[in-house]
Design a protein around this ligand. Structure first.
Ligand code: 5RP
Length: 220
């Protein structure tokens, strides 16, 4: 029987096909993205380098001898490859389980195509079972927590965690997200929110879903 890691490895392998020759690749964060980084290392002579969405991914890329560029130097990217915590058939996602949501959203925004890599367990009908991460400026913590309660969620501080940008994460439980585009915008308008983990306004373009029957490709 295939393990979850086998499925992640399979989608990571499939994603390499989406990387154009001689390009700079946008690279996500997390265990699935790590499998992709390992696959990317096999074709490192065919790419110019990568832009990483976290310090952890930058370190792993560099460990494989792949050059890591800043997004400011790289300009627009042809492709961004990353995992997700939940994804719907519309390719709306919840991300940020690893706390890298802000840089992920920036690199995704600067990329022409977002290729999302998931094992089958991540495909859901409605987002929100996985707690929605929100990156918050530390002084706004209590204010944002109160606002989130007004919106029907239960915020929980991610204890002992600081983002790469020096901020905190509130994980919001008990949301049933029927309108992800609207909620993404509403949360982002709260003063003190840096980003929330809904990737709906700019969702994925392609989902490579690892299933026991092979890798399935879904498009928005
Ligand atoms: C990190 C993320 C990850 O993409 C998400 O948490 C999925 O991680 P994994 O591939 O380990 O299941 O958004 O901030």
């Amino acid at each position: 029987m295939l393990s979850q890691d086998d499925l992640k490895r399979a989608v990571a392998k499939a994603a390499v096909e989406y990387v154009p020759i001689d390009c700079i690749v946008g690279v996500g964060t997390g265990s699935t993205a790590n499998f992709f980084i390992d696959e990317l290392a096999r074709i490192k002579h065919k790419i110019r380098g990568a832009v990483a969405s976290s310090e952890a991914s930058a370190k792993r890329l560099q460990g494989h001898g792949i050059e890591v560029l800043s997004l400011n130097d790289a300009g627009d990217l042809p492709v961004y490859v990353d995992g997700a915590d939940e994804i719907t058939r519309h390719l709306h996602m919840v991300k940020g389980g690893g706390g890298a949501l802000t840089r992920e959203k920036i690199v995704a925004a600067a990329s022409k195509k977002f290729i999302c890599l998931c094992d089958a367990s991540k495909l859901v009908d409605v987002l929100g079972k996985f707690p929605l991460p929100i990156e918050v400026i530390p002084m706004a913590r209590s204010y944002i927590a109160r606002e989130v309660v007004r919106l029907g969620g239960q915020p929980k501080l991610r204890e002992g965690f600081t983002t790469d940008n020096g901020n905190i994460i509130l994980d919001v439980h008990n949301l049933s997200i029927m309108n992800p585009v609207e909620l993404e915008a509403a949360l982002n308008q709260l003063a003190g929110v840096v980003t929330n983990g809904l990737f709906a306004r700019r969702g994925a373009d392609v989902l490579l879903l690892g299933t026991p029957d092979g890798v399935k490709t879904m498009t928005a």
